[in-house]
Design a protein around this ligand. Sequence first.
Ligand code: PLP
Length: 401
Amino acid sequence: ASAWSQIPQGPPDAILGITEAFKKDKHPQKINLGVGAYRDDKGKPYVLPSVYQAEQQVIHQNLDKEYAGITGVPEFTKAAALLAYGPDSTPLKEGSIAITQSISGTGALRIGGAFLQRFYPGAKTIYIPTPSWANHKAVFSDSLLEVKQYRYYNKDTIGLDFDGMVADIKNMPKGSIILLHACAHNPTGVDPTEDQWRAISDAVKEGDHFPFFDMAYQGFASGDTDKDAFALRHFVKEGHFPCLAQSFAKNMGLYGERVGAFSIVTASPEEKARVDSQIKIIVRPLYSNPPVHGARVASTILNDPALNKQWLGEVEGMATRIIKMRALLKENLEKLGSKQKWNHITDQIGMFAYTGLTAEQMSKLAEEHSVYATKDGRISVAGITSDNVGRLAESIYKITG
Ligand code: PLP
């Protein structure tokens, strides 16, 4: 017998299960709203033209395939920090932000988890919103942090439980670690307003808490990379020293290339150098150094003014299509005479809409209408097209009345 004869069967990944069921369905107009990846208005994966052009440039440079340093491609990380923190950022100008390339956003969160577990001087507990991206709990528990939750979503208003959130922040033990979705909260699509972010920043400061930003959708939410970075930049301006996980999966459509960055705002260039040295010590035994191709592509886009401008237009294009599909879905539901309110569909932002549909209704949607999405009622708006939005609205109408 092998060493694994007693190994227990693990449960399948929730999203992959949906894809399986979708594939088996023979309905000619079946709809998959499970996956968190952008689709164009024909329902097809989208390679951004700026990415294609940058890739051609990279190929024509005939670069070698030598290893990058432990922290990756320096032109990439420098530009990634600028994109996130902005040109007016004091710590960026002072050279006190430590940054490393990462295996996309997930890898950035994992490095952050490892760093906090090893060096955070306070309690090694991280508070994540209820609900949060399903992988947050797993990433941070695997980093040996204790994971607790704070109130975030109010199911009665299908919006933000702002009072609950602030009350929970105020009740956390002093110096707690708090994970914040910088924009386009996944899975709810519910974001605080700028005024609410100001109040959240004050509450975090009052508690002397440590903010960990997860920014997987910069530009993808509003179509404007500066606007979507508001929360992070406000916290930095207010004197917080946050850390940040960045992903270029969605905003550059580089999903499988695994391009991301993890950074920490420190108090001085000297402190940054020490933090940087420890990040390297964490990364080296994990995977030695990150892959170069995707980072070269992202770096080309970020550093070439013409390509950068083109890319910003393409990000805006994706965000705008999603915003339009939200409006169309709501409009179609209203036209059908739905008695329910669907304002939340257009109030929410980013890739996902939290419909407020129950697990039972979601099962019905799949079984009776061949519309597939997660049981929590989350639908990927990126999977909605001009062609399927009508049938989608009818299906939702039929199960909700
Ligand atoms: N964080 C959030 C909130 C996400 O929604 C995602 C992707 O869905 C990620 C992080 C990380 O994704 P990736 O590892 O593909 O960059």
